[in-house]
Design a protein around this ligand. Sequence first.
Ligand SMILES: Cc1cc2nc3c(=O)[nH]c(=O)nc-3n(C[C@H](O)[C@H](O)[C@H](O)COP(=O)(O)OP(=O)(O)OC[C@H]3O[C@@H](n4cnc5c(N)ncnc54)[C@H](O)[C@@H]3O)c2cc1C
Length: 361
Amino acid sequence: MKSLKENFSKIHILIIGSGIIGKFNALELSELGFSITIIDPAQHKNSSNAALGLLMGNMYQRRKGRSWDLRKQSMELWPKWLEFLKCFNSELHITKPLIQLTTYEKTFKKLEKFINENNDPDLKILDRDSIIIKKINQAFATKDIKGMISFKDGKINAISLLEALDTYLENKKIEFLEDEIIAIKKVKKQWIAKCKSKKEIKSDIIILCNSLNTINLIGHISHNIKLKPVLGQAIEVGINNAKVDLLSLPKQFNINGKNIIPVSKDKLILGSTDEYTSTKPKKNIFDELTNFLDKQPSWLMDGFITKKWYGIRSKPEGEPSPIMKNLEDGLIICTGFYKNGILLAPACSKWVANEIKNYFS
Ligand SMILES: Cc1cc2nc3c(=O)[nH]c(=O)nc-3n(C[C@H](O)[C@H](O)[C@H](O)COP(=O)(O)OP(=O)(O)OC[C@H]3O[C@@H](n4cnc5c(N)ncnc54)[C@H](O)[C@@H]3O)c2cc1C
């Protein structure tokens, strides 16, 4: 009797879109033995390349429902995938912990309530007496910051992750096409995807991982799927103050919703904006990204942008993020990840793999 892997190798799956979601699906499915083609005309210009790589799973404050289940599952799967992917990029790791801070008493009370109710040893309150908080308050010239620390959450370098996946896909000789799919249709039991170059690709299954453009390929009215763009910008800021050593601060933290990642003694990353109005990045975002305290420390206000970048996230309208559905026989949508595509990639590719296994069983 033939093994499951041998049977799966005859099944051809086309993955449209090669961001983190397309690549992770390719990894999961290729490990199961399926024959994969992945297609993307511009894989280095997507939102995955702009991501800060924060994995905010365990600190999610709703401990039931689909969003929590996906986060929980991803946090459980990440160590296994990391171990696997380290063979393809030895630098890949998750830097822990992750710290969420606030200057608002009401928000802090909510954090306290969440921690007291959940009794999770991986979450702790950071009040004014904690050494970490003392350092942060001193650096930001305030007394008002406090919050929580999550020992399970952290940060992965999104670019290193994408590179590790690329090396894996290359080693596995997975077909990658640099082209754009402009239409898909089903003819008898096969899917036919038409490329901009006029080439046609036949497959048994199509997985749509092409973010906002998914809508152009499906009858979105009949499927009632709506996605809107939310542009996110991040900046690297250089500071000129010999008294401040940014490396003495935690490796990644968040104050009043802005993520802060010190990268050297005198440079930090700040992100991200939420721009709903245009798909062109707003100019002059320094004030917006540094405006997370009533009064900013002078070293930050005197800082200067050394790098900036952006990505366009896709946010579902009228339903929660992400959208993972079986649209028709052999047509799966896995997109609309908004702010959490890096975090959720392992759980979502597992969901897709299970759908496909069920389809053929
Ligand atoms: C500034 C910023 C910071 C972020 N920080 C974090 C973070 O800290 N943690 C986190 O978890 N998430 C973060 N995110 C969100 C995360 O980046 C996204 O959720 C994730 O990248 C979505 O991945 P994706 O593969 O669905 O989409 P994308 O990465 O956008 O990839 C979609 C791909 O589809 C391709 N495509 C489009 N149309 C077609 C077509 N017709 N044919 C073929 N290919 C096509 C595109 O070229 C593109 O490469 C951040 C996002 C931004 C912008």
